[in-house]
Design a protein around this ligand. Sequence first.
Ligand SMILES: Nc1ncnc2c1ncn2[C@@H]1O[C@H](COP(=O)(O)OP(=O)(O)OP(=O)(O)O)[C@@H](O)[C@H]1O
Length: 722
Amino acid sequence: MTAWSHPVPRYSLVLAGLCRFRVEEVMRDVPFPVARVSQLDYRHEGGEGVSVEAQPLADEYRASALELVDLLNLEPSSHTKLKRLLSSLPDHTLPDTLTSVLRTSFTEQLSVLTAVDLPLRYQAAQPLLNRQIAALKLMKQGPREDKSNDGGSPRQHRRGRVLQIELPRGRRGGREGEEEEEEDEMKELQKRIEKAKLPEHALKAALKELKRLKSLPVQFPEHSVARNYLETLLDLPWSSSTTDTLDLQAARLTLEADHYGLQPVKKRVLEYLAVCQLTQGLKGPILCLVGAPGVGKTSIGRSVAKTLCRKFHRISLGGVCDQSDIRGHRRTYIGSLPGRIMAGLRTVGVRNPVFLLDEVDKLTRGGVHGDPAAALLEVLDPEQNSSFVDHYVGLPFDLSKILFIATANSVATIPAALLDRMEVLEVQGYTSEEKVEIAVRHLLPKQLKQHGLTPDQLTIPPSTLATIANNYTREAGVRGLERNIGAICRSVAVKVAENRGESGKTTPTVVTETMLGDILGPQKFEHEVSERLTRPGVAVGLAWTGMGGEILFIEASRMPGSGELTLTGQLGDVMKESAQIAFNWLRSNASRYGVQCDVPKETDLHIHFPAGAIGKDGPSAGVAIAVALVSLYSRRCVRSDTAMTGEITLRGLVLPVGGIKEKLLAAQRAGIRHVVLPKRNEKDLVELPVNVKNQLEVSLVSTVEEALTKTFDGGLAPISKL
Ligand SMILES: Nc1ncnc2c1ncn2[C@@H]1O[C@H](COP(=O)(O)OP(=O)(O)OP(=O)(O)O)[C@@H](O)[C@H]1O
């Protein structure tokens, strides 16, 4: 098994306000505004303190700020850190910094920002800080009913108390305005509830929550929790859906237009859609598209949604290790959220979208907070999903109208119970020729459009595309190819933009193979097989991973020592056992091949699988290991155009292995001309594209003996019979 990780670039933009200024004149608007400004305040870092007049106000403000920190219930270490941070802030920046983090309205923030004179700024900022402190104190006391009975709701009493503590008389009008604003918002929510066409159980829950929301002071954390919940409830598509417009003929055309090749997958997808149409339902098995990265799995999902005129949403399951990712967190937790299914429904706004469950094979199983696969099972089970209850939403929601399509790189790691509910559709890797076709028909036009170019401005001939596919990428899919085409488009876009600036005209660019070095840098992959097979003890195996097929070098070497067998290259147990089997087969057959297999005592044997940083496992390298060992001990080189795959037994039989098509495509990509395969894999050759069949000579073998006759120039036959 192999694993690669590509670093994902992340950027952060930091904006810092330096001073207050007044715009005197706007000189230009596009591409960004440029203005002449006059500076209103500016202090050098660590500069002078505040004026004598402002100092008492500054001291009072700082004391309140420290009081606020004490009320925050922080961990001791965070508490100390925050206090230290506050003490390090100069007096004149404190009101700006703190106001920006307090719970304040936009108008209030603006009032602090527009106060250029420091005393005025403190006067504007202090009440806001006081209000927050009072609210925190009140919260600490806990919600209590106000006994004074002069009408109005308990919430108004509590709100009133907070306001009396901290609002100077002059600002009370502002707070009343805010209260009115909030009342309006409640009315708005009420209207939304009425309009939302909620089913009865959801309507009841929404009205109950609204009632609760009205009774909660806005400063209470529960207020925002209740509000978020109500908004989630109202955003869910309880009754809205799109109308399916399934026309099989049109579906066929869309699938053909969007994808080159992939005939078996398209055929099966059409069958699936036809059954959906006839049964007016989607109770069939969930389709699971399995294949290497970049072979078009997501893209097929998107086309299915397009053919049905449904909305499409992709849910990435990679790394999901907690069932609450699927089923949501219970609302008792602050910051709890609905699960990915409900969040997806909220995003698409209809209850019958196409959901693509991406990377089901990357679900982490057996997490401490419940198995996400079990939760997913419930989502996908047609018997249960008509009343799926997300922990956050807490109400049954009908998921049966959703069309789920799953994708995975390999079936091996899909949880068995999930796999049982799915119909696996293999999406194979592409040959070099197919990649060029895909690039010409789809990738290049797409990239041109994305970069604002036209075919008149940039042409990449098929021969150049083939060089990119063969020498700049080594992949089963076409994502790397698309990325390289994107890089060419970017470099041409610069030229086009520059030329346009000068003369208003563009010169067409035809990218030849010789230009690739300048644009994409040196070639990343070469046909190195023949160079590496010039010494005895080296053989080429064929491996299959979730990333597609690979060629795998095997190097064996012996040296004086004490009879030790060393295996390196991050091998899994099964692969180590394969090496042991191959070696012991050779020891028991050494005399028949006239070789001195004298490992015990006099020599050490070392077998290495290069690309040592990548983990490898599986039994399919057995034949290749045996061949490398025979090559080492017989001092004969393996054929320089040959690669092989197959499991071996101790008796020297060659057993069938998986991933034949991907392995043969990888061999063809690496410039191999001859492959040795287990005889029992003959049936897998049927699905091989004709051009690959024509380019590769295939030898089918049942025993290691037969394999040896095929892998050495002139063959290698035993000198005596068994
Ligand atoms: N047969 C094809 N015809 C046209 N375009 C294709 C074909 N195969 C792949 N592509 C294009 O290649 C790109 C990558 O495909 P996509 O994202 O669907 O891959 P994927 O199999 O879902 O990969 P992953 O497993 O990494 O999610 C997309 O731009 C897609 O349109």
